[in-house]
Design a protein around this ligand. Structure first.
Ligand code: SF4
Ligand code: SF4
Length: 473
């Protein structure tokens, strides 16, 4: 039997089944120990994070007062490290060809009644122009795994195409990549192509459940998939994005597994994941969420978000349009720092209106346009941010983390958020949104702590008004 070792490079040692079960048993046994909960919360208030054992124990507590304290602390930590900026992005589906057999995804190979599609470079250009015309600056590209349809060369060429497109004032300044687990050599190529974050969801950390959910294809290899982030980091990609698909397996198990993974990366490479995503199973072609009987109710889901915020304060947290406006609003308050807007989850969905026969990877619950989401965020008092500065300034991996830990992101994120919002307001927003957004910028500008940064930011805002673009700290 594998023995837990957080710095091992073997999946079953750094994500250890026995250790996870032991952790869950401890959490269950202490769920009514309010004194322990208060101690864990007190540790959380130091802004240094929690161990997976502490986080699992906190998540287990059903006491209403403790739950409220969890939400309050999630909110406090979020505001401390990230202020009120919300980073915006959009997914771009390149290809739905896939050789894997994931039972929860309509793109699985055995689904014969969906049209398969792969974007040509010309089609990518058109999709990217459509995304630029919405105001997006940051994309996450998605592709199924297929050795001949979507080889690494196709992905690299697509990234190059995306970065090369300039349309009016539009530009995609950061491309995050969500493709199947691959080799160190291929990760090096992605790094050289200038990607932002490499994202790979684990789906579930439970090996047995993983193997049942992935009966065929290269993804069925649990160890190869679970060790992918190690290979990516070995190849020099120091911003990686993790996540599980809540609803596939017991959420408590996956919650601990993911924090164990974060701990492993931090211990082994000196830097934990750059982002954590929190997707939940949604309906799709050939997929009935009722088949997966581990559904996570909204109240538990919110607790997961808040406890994660407390446990890994230095990790950005992403929520997609799978979730409703209401859930997104509630989760933005207690932990989420990055959301998508105006998303299409089918191949080619930005140029052509999605039709019923187009196969989306999952149903989108929040169907508002990007402009509507931006307007909504401003009304809620957030600064929607199209910032991509950190990786372009070389602030990745532990350099990013040390800045964040020193609380300096407030002097960087906030001005960058205001400047990129200003670009959006001028180039893409309605008059009404522009007026509201400008008022918000006027209100927030004096709150930038560093005087010099404040002055430079004010100057850049004037320059943006005069037609210049792409300033950053
Ligand atoms: Fe393919 Fe990804 Fe869907 Fe699995 S989840 S079938 S790997 S596209
Ligand atoms: Fe993200 Fe860095 Fe921009 Fe802040 S300054 S929004 S951390 S890229």
């Amino acid at each position: 039997m594998a023995v837990y070792n957080s710095t091992s490079r073997k999946a079953e040692e750094f994500i250890n089944d026995e250790k996870i079960r032991e952790t869950l048993a401890f959490a269950e046994a202490h769920k009514d120990d309010l004194e322990m909960m208060e101690q864990i919360l007190e540790k959380g208030r130091q802004y240094q994070g929690l161990s997976y054992k502490e986080a699992a124990t906190l998540l287990e507590c059903e006491d209403p007062e403790i739950i409220q304290k969890i939400f309050d602390l999630g909110k406090e930590i979020k505001e401390h490290f990230y202020g009120n900026r919300i980073v915006m992005f959009a997914p771009l589906y390149l290809s739905n060809y896939c050789v894997n057999g994931c039972t929860y995804c309509p793109y699985h190979m055995k689904n014969k009644h969906i049209p398969r599609k792969k974007l040509s470079q010309d089609e990518i250009r058109r999709e990217v122009i459509a995304l630029q015309d919405m105001g997006h600056k940051r994309l996450a590209i998605e592709a199924g795994e297929h050795p001949t349809e979507n080889p690494i060369e196709y992905i690299l060429e697509s990234i190059k195409t995306i970065y090369s497109i300039r349309h009016k004032n539009g530009a995609i300044r950061r491309v995050n990549v969500n493709i199947a687990a691959t080799t160190v050599e291929n990760y090096r190529k992605l790094k050289e192509a200038g990607i932002g974050t490499y994202i790979l969801f684990q789906e579930t950390y439970n090996k047995k459940a993983y193997e049942e959910l992935h009966p065929s294809g290269p993804k069925s290899d649990y160890a190869y998939h679970t060790e992918a982030m190690d290979r990516a980091m070995e190849a020099g990609i120091d911003d990686v994005g993790c996540g599980v698909l809540y609803g596939l397996n017991n959420y408590k198990y996956d919650f601990v597994g993911m924090l164990m993974h974060a701990h492993h990366l931090e211990k082994t490479f000196g830097c934990g994941p750059h982002t954590i995503s929190v997707p939940r199973v949604r309906p799709a072609d050939d997929i009935d969420p009722d088949e997966f009987d581990n559904g996570v109710p909204d109240d538990v889901f919110k607790r997961i978000v808040a406890v994660l915020r407390i446990a890994v304060p230095y990790t950005g947290m992403i929520m997609s349009t799978r979730e409703s406006e209401k859930t997104r609003r509630e989760c933005l308050e207690i932990g989420i720092t990055q959301i998508s807007g105006g998303s299409r989850t089918s191949v080619g969905g930005y140029v052509e209106e999605e039709r019923p026969e187009d196969t989306t990877q999952f149903d989108v619950e929040d169907r508002r346009t990007l402009a509507e989401v931006v307007d909504w965020l401003i009304d809620l008092g957030y600064v929607p941010s199209f910032c991509t500065a950190c990786y372009r300034e070389g602030r990745t991996g532990d350099r990013f983390m040390s800045l964040l830990k020193a609380g300096q992101i407030a002097n960087i994120c906030q001005p960058n958020a205001m400047m990129t919002l200003k670009e959006f307001l001028i180039d893409y927003a309605s008059e009404e949104t522009k007026a509201k957004g400008d008022a918000l910028i006027r209100e927030r500008l004096p709150l930038i702590p560093n005087e010099k940064v404040r002055e430079i930011c004010a100057h850049h805002l004037d320059e943006i008004e005069a037609g210049n673009r792409d300033f950053r700290f």
